[in-house]
Design a protein around this ligand. Structure first.
Ligand code: FAD
Length: 374
């Protein structure tokens, strides 16, 4: 097999092109990822596997998600979609009781029910298993008490996957995961004011003596850490596809602009500082894309590790930041303009350095996988 040339790296398959068109349409039509947004996105067959919490064909899924990411400049809409499918639907598909919580899957797939994952708390961010939201068994099920924060999709979600502990001293060994309906008595949601991530809603979730039945347990009692790990592997890999799409958009746009924008009587691309920046973007994009292909293939085979997911997430989020920053420099003053600038995209990318675990946390995971003391 011959190595792919540049045309192949930059090529857009029909599925990628469709995703790109759909991404642009969604960005134009929806200011927030509400039920109408999820129903519209659920119309595209290529996304059916991920909406059902599966990976499907690795190549088709990667192409569809990169295409969406390239076409849709609103990072918040994509984050909302990712939280719904890659975190919530995938955990329900893998861990929920077939006679209980799993029955919600067709509604998640159709976009008529929106899901959110609620793990983070004010005192439990990177060390998320230090969470204090508690659960206790009752005769008919469980009772939950606590406060969650930074919940993507929080304002629109109909259901939450809530992580809670039976004893804080047990750390990850004490955590279980539960499906909690927004309509349950004792559930209160408050939207947080955010900068950037257009289309996403982040919210706090308060649980005051919320009673749920037995079939709402997702996975084993004390198996919450395993459920969370699955969600993070899935989310870190598949959300990275949107970031790869963002890199492609920044690269194409900078390259087109640098060829046409004239200064000192020549296109700015003939200045090697400028063309060098664009080549750096190509390098970041190609590296992340190859890594994504590798990780998505392993995900589809069911063998992706935490280290695979951390590698691709670190590469894609830090690479997307570098690409959007380089695009900003290439655009000059235009980069700041409300119409045609890329400040919104730049600020959206900042979120990717934090959500699904910070870049530092990805390095902690990778260091541990190398056997380094952490
Ligand atoms: C846009 C967005 C969407 C989110 N969506 C969700 C969601 O849907 N559900 C959910 O549950 N949570 C969500 N989160 C929360 C997110 O997972 C946390 O913000 C993240 O894990 C970091 O926690 P923190 O903000 O408390 O930062 P902290 O953990 O307080 O970290 C602060 C700084 O210290 C560093 N740090 C901490 N510990 C270490 C360490 N051991 N080694 C090296 N550096 C360290 C961090 O890297 C960071 O630089 C979201 C966050 C954002 C920004």
């Amino acid at each position: 097999m011959s190595a792919p040339d540049l045309d192949e790296i930059l090529a857009e398959s029909p599925i990628h092109l469709h995703g790109k068109r759909l991404g642009a349409e969604l960005a134009g039509a929806f200011s927030v990822a509400d039920h109408r947004f999820f129903r519209a996105i659920a119309q595209w067959d290529a996304l059916r596997p991920v909406l059902a919490g599966e990976v499907g064909d690795a190549r088709a899924t990667t192409d569809a998600l990169i295409g969406l990411g390239e076409g849709c400049p609103n990072g918040g809409l994509l984050l909302a979609f990712g939280a719904h499918c890659f975190a919530v639907a995938s955990c329900i598909s893998k861990f929920a009781d077939p006679d209980g919580a799993r029955s919600i899957l067709p509604q998640l797939q159709a976009g008529s029910v929106i899901g959110a994952l609620a793990a983070t708390e004010a005192g439990a961010g990177s060390d998320v298993m230090a969470l204090k939201t508690s659960y206790a068994e009752t005769e008919t099920g469980y009772v939950l008490q606590g406060e969650k924060t930074y919940i993507s999709n929080g304002a629109q979600a109909d259901i939450f996957l809530v992580f809670a502990t039976k004893d804080v001293r047990l750390h990850s060994r004490g955590v279980a995961c539960f499906l909690v309906e927004r309509s349950a008595p004792g559930v209160t949601v408050a939207e947080m004011a955010l900068q950037g991530l257009r289309g996403a809603s982040l919210a706090t979730l308060s649980l005051s003596e919320v009673r749920i039945d037995r079939v709402s347990l997702i996975g084993r009692p004390s198996g919450g850490a395993q459920v969370f790990k699955h969600a993070m592997i899935q989310e870190r890999i598949l959300l990275s596809a949107f970031l790869v799409g963002s890199m492609k958009r920044a690269l194409t746009r900078s390259s087109d602009y640098a060829k046409t924008r004239q200064q000192f009587g020549v296109p700015i691309a003939s200045n090697q500082y400028v063309s060098g920046r664009i080549v750096e973007m190509l390098l970041r994009y190609a590296t992340a894309k190859f890594m994504l292909d590798y990780a998505t293939t392993r995900l589809a085979l069911g063998i992706a590790s935490e280290a695979d997911a951390s590698l691709v997430k670190l590469c894609a989020s830090e690479g997307a930041l570098e690409c959007q920053l380089n695009a900003f420099r290439v655009l000059g003053g235009k980069g700041l303009e409300a119409e045609g600038g890329n400040c919104d995209e730049l600020i959206d990318i900042l979120g990717s350095l934090i959500y699904s675990g910070t870049s530092d946390l990805q390095k902690v995971i990778l260091a541990a996988s190398l056997g380094l003391p952490t």
